[in-house]
Design a protein. Structure first.
Length: 153
């Protein structure tokens, strides 16, 4: 049995991120999204992801970016549904478990799962505040309800 340690700082994050994207690029569900669709420049993406996870875990990575916007841009170009996010998470969790164990290892997996949910729901169904049902007046509600009764010809 191999000894695994926890994620203690930058060094472990770099190992985790490098190994994770090694798997991602070879994955048949996700690989082409990075290589063919987004044509990711790894020299910028990897350091950005080190900073991202360092910020999430230790609040000192200095990450600045726009994760929702960056993923939203992929939606018209490829499938970014639950299947893709589940696969992403599966690979992420598998990589964490392969390399580390401990409190931070558990925590980073929980953060990834939470963020996958947020990104997935935001990019696939960004609700338009103007159409939030809770903001409709009774008159608008009645009007929109009537629309639903119109039968296609
Ligand atoms: C279906 C799953 C996912 C796919 C295919 C995907 C793909 C990508 C791609 C192609 C980029 C580069 C975009 C660009 O630079 O234009 C990117 C950036 C990024 N991804 Fe994902 N991603 C996925 C899930 C996630 C999840 C679950 C997280 C967080 C836990 C995440 C965190 C990030 C961050 C932080 C960036 C950098 C954003 C920025 O530059 O501001 N991704 N992703």
């Amino acid at each position: 049995m191999t000894d695994t340690t926890d994620i203690l700082g930058r060094e472990e994050i770099v190992r985790l991120v490098d190994r994770f994207y090694e798997k991602v690029v070879q994955d048949k569900t996700l690989g082409f999204i990075f290589t063919d669709i987004a044509k990711v420049d790894w020299e910028t993406h990897l350091p950005k992801m080190y900073a991202f996870w360092q910020t999430v875990l230790f609040r000192d990575g200095g990450f600045r970016g726009d994760p929702i916007g960056k993923h939203a841009r992929l939606v018209p170009l490829t499938r970014m549904g639950r299947e893709q996010f589940d696969r992403w998470l599966e690979l992420f969790e598998e990589t964490v478990d392969e390399l580390f164990s401990g409190e931070n290892a558990t925590h980073i997996k929980a953060c990834a799962a939470d963020m996958a949910n947020v990104i997935h729901s935001k990019i696939n169904a960004i609700p338009d505040a103007r159409f939030d049902p809770s903001k409709l007046t009774p008159e608008q509600r009645a009007k929109y309800a009537a629309y639903r009764e119109v039968k296609p010809q």
